[in-house]
Design a protein around this ligand. Structure first.
Ligand SMILES: [Zn+2]
Length: 180
């Protein structure tokens, strides 16, 4: 019996809409498009259906079946929530924390808002540390991404300048409301 994608992130917190047509898992940073999102639901349905071929009788099948059925429902709820999400408001953040992750070569971005936080707020995501990708996000239709990418661009250029000169580039930077 195949485990249900045991090695991969199960995306426990669901997804946030991200970029043009993307969805982002805040736990592992994986980005899916609409098609991949539906496939993610389909995978759980297939795993559940495979359970029917297990031997009946000792109660094990029922336990596995129940667990996989729950996962199907959970994934469907995540997708339903995304398809029916309210439009994101344009709310300026209070603070942005950008930290460079050398292992993944990305900027981990955390966005903080004044309470009450806006509905469906984009609060954590990673941006690849590549000038091309950062510039691309600066013209993203998503308001928050444009703001954050602008700050990441500043920080990235500063870091490149310092490491280019043989110095030790700073690993993180905080941007406050006045600079946004
Ligand atoms: Zn995940």
């Amino acid at each position: 019996m195949k485990p249900l994608e045991s090695a991969r992130c199960q995306h426990p917190g669901g997804f946030r809409s991200f970029g043009k047509a993307g969805f982002l898992c805040p736990s592992c940073g994986e980005e899916l498009d609409e098609y991949q999102l539906l496939r993610w639901v389909r995978e759980a349905e297939v795993a559940r259906d495979e359970t029917y071929s297990l031997k009946e009788g000792d109660g094990f099948r029922e336990i596995v079946l129940e667990e996989r059925q729950r996962e199907v429902y959970r994934r469907r709820r995540v997708v339903y929530g995304l398809q029916n999400r309210p439009r994101r408001q344009m709310v300026r953040p209070e603070m942005i924390l950008v930290a460079y992750d050398p292992q993944k070569d990305v900027y981990d971005c955390r966005v903080f808002y004044k309470e009450p936080r806006p509905e469906n707020a984009l609060d954590r995501f990673a941006i690849a540390a590549e000038t091309g990708r950062i510039l691309e996000l600066r013209s993203d239709p998503e308001f928050i991404l444009r703001i954050v990418a602008g700050k990441v661009a500043e920080f990235h250029a500063e870091r490149e300048g310092i490491s280019g000169g043989g110095g030790q580039a700073p690993g993180r930077r905080v941007f406050y409301a006045a600079e946004l």
